[in-house]
Design a protein around this ligand. Sequence first.
Ligand code: C2E
Ligand code: MG
Ligand code: MG
Ligand code: MG
Length: 292
Amino acid sequence: QAKAEGRAGWRFFDERMNRDVAALLRLRAGLRRALDRGEFELHYQPQLDLASGRVIGAEALLRWNHPDLGRVTPDRFIPLAEETGQIVPIGAWVLEQACRRAAAWQGEGLDGVGVAVNLSAVQLQRDDFDHTVAAALARSGLAPDRLELELTESVLIKDAEPRLAALSRLKALGVRLAIDDFGTGYSSLSYLKRFAVDRLKIDRSFVADLADAPDDDAIVRAVIQMAHSLGLRAIAEGVETTAVRERLRALGCDEIQGYLLARPLPADAFAAFVRDHHAALDSAGGAVPSLP
Ligand code: C2E
Ligand code: MG
Ligand code: MG
Ligand code: MG
């Protein structure tokens, strides 16, 4: 009897595994054609300056509209694209697209709104990556300081020496650098000094329950203080409630990003959101509103 159950158990496992593998193969095959077929889209999530109440930037977040599977989230396809190297052309498309969009904002009443693009370690490994960035800036006409590149800590720790060279070439273009998901990576902080970082993005795992978790409060407070003593700005990701926003304000956090303000939005909806938001601010006579 145990044997039979065991077999049944294995069969169940096999079937599920087959399904998972089939789904993976389908994604992998689809990914190869997705760029040519125009299945990618960027959404933009606003980043708010707490002092002025104004939107100062957007994070570009990649979406894949799969013909049969619908919208596939980046957590499912970015790792695949990194494995196959597809992330290199996809990432170049993201950069180009984000730069063009942000350049257009400058004449559309969204002046000063910059764009942040997520980078994968695989992109940074390419010798010519700084050319890819320079080309996106040149073709779009976007001012370099309106572009921010987001890297995770792990990217900076691995093979620090070649990274240092690659990043100094990027910095020489005049772009900004942010550390994404800050606090979830390695504990060595020396890289903050070595790489010319501009901004720390406090990971949302520390932010989500900030209003009622003393440990998170202590961590977030320390990160903000450290950022400021190094001359960096601090932005909190994943802000979902006004209680968290107010706590961040009290702790001296510079900027926030999260569902409280807006979800990542298609480009047109993003522009409309910012215009409405700023119009509301201006009609309030510049008083910092009790927003979102
Ligand atoms: P990330 O860079 O840390 O992006 C923030 C993620 O948090 C986004 O998920 C965003 O939609 C989500 N988020 C924003 N506000 C809130 C909130 O208030 N609550 C919660 N629960 N979540 C919030 P998304 O868009 O699914 O992206 C996931 C990850 O995929 C990103 O994490 C980034 O690492 C990666 N990714 C996205 N686009 C790109 C890209 O163009 N290139 C590369 N290499 N990676 C990308
Ligand atoms: Mg990011
Ligand atoms: Mg993040
Ligand atoms: Mg992440």
